[in-house]
Design a protein around this ligand. Structure first.
Ligand code: RET
Length: 282
């Protein structure tokens, strides 16, 4: 009974175009596309170097809140290495047959779904670090993180839905709605908290960097093969990789350099913030 159900599932998956290529075959396709493969390995190398650099930068940090910012930020390149290894090995890539109505309807489109999955781990770490820097409270930090995870998971759903073209975009719109909540906290709530905490200068620099670069992701999704397909897969992958360099490594470097040099400011905002659910500025 269970075996019959499982066998039916496999047939359905194959009929839907998913999982038709084996992992070695996907890996081979990635190998054949030098540009795509290079975009993965460039990020793996960069993530490795960043980990070493950030550990070195944090070697003397003693304040627990500053250490938490370091750990949270360090998670970003750690997740990144895993994310790009998943892509380079073919583990987290599928060729999905696009539904009727899509610009590439009926064609197998390379879908790097591992990216969206790992964003659900790395982007909350970025937001946690920013929320701590802003001296925000638990309520706002929690809200930003869950909205962000919602954005990534529904973005994953948009990329993996092949039953209906309209539903792909429906998921996309839901993901954007989560994103708007994240943007609201970043642009409206946390700047006020950072003002009170005395971290507004660095916070505002990182806020602008984050908002501008993060906006690029949904734009490239929409223009790429998974969206309206005016850009091909390798270009989209490079676009994500370049956005990643700014949104992760440059962001993390600027943040950690500042935190390492200003531990006393970070530790002085600790008391009234994470430990309490009341707004930091009232
Ligand atoms: C998707 C598509 C659906 C709509 C939206 C998206 C937003 C993605 C973002 C990703 C940020 C990723 C980062 C990764 C760093 O590791 C999922 C592309 C709104 C904002 C910063």
């Amino acid at each position: 009974m269970i075996e019959t159900a499982a066998a039916e599932l496999v047939t359905v998956a194959q009929a839907g175009g998913a999982a038709e290529l084996t992992q070695p075959e996907v890996y081979q396709r990635v190998q054949d596309d030098a540009l795509l493969n290079l975009s993965f390995w460039a990020n793996i190398a960069l993530a490795g170097l960043s980990i070493l650099l950030f550990v070195y930068m944090g070697r003397n940090v003693e304040d627990p809140r500053s250490q938490l910012i370091f750990v949270s930020t360090l998670m970003v390149p750690l997740v990144s290495i895993s994310s790009y290894l998943g892509l380079a090995s073919g583990l987290t890539i599928s060729f999905l047959e696009m539904p009727a109505g899509h610009a590439l309807a009926g064609e197998e489109v390379l879908t790097m779904w591992g990216r969206y999955l790992t964003w659900a781990l790395s982007t909350p770490m970025i937001l946690l670090a920013l929320g701590l820097l802003a001296g925000s409270n638990l309520t706002k930090i929690f809200t930003a993180l869950v909205m962000d995870i919602g954005m990534c998971v529904t973005g994953l759903a948009a990329a993996l839905t092949v039953s209906s073209h309209a539903l792909r975009w429906f998921w996309y719109v839901i993901s954007c709605a989560f994103f708007v909540a994240v943007l609201y906290i970043l642009l409206v709530e946390w700047p006020k908290d950072a003002e009170v905490a005395g971290t507004s200068e660095i916070f505002n620099t990182l806020k602008i960097l984050t908002v501008v670069l993060w906006l690029g992701y949904p734009i490239f999704w929409a223009l790429g093969a998974e969206g309206i397909a005016v850009l091909d897969v390798a270009i989209t992958s490079w676009a994500y990789s370049i956005l990643d360099i700014g949104a992760k490594y440059i962001f993390a470097f600027l943040l950690l350099r500042w935190v390492a040099a200003n531990e006393s400011i970070v530790s002085s905002v600790a008391s009234g913030t994470l430990g309490s659910a009341t707004p930091a500025d009232d």
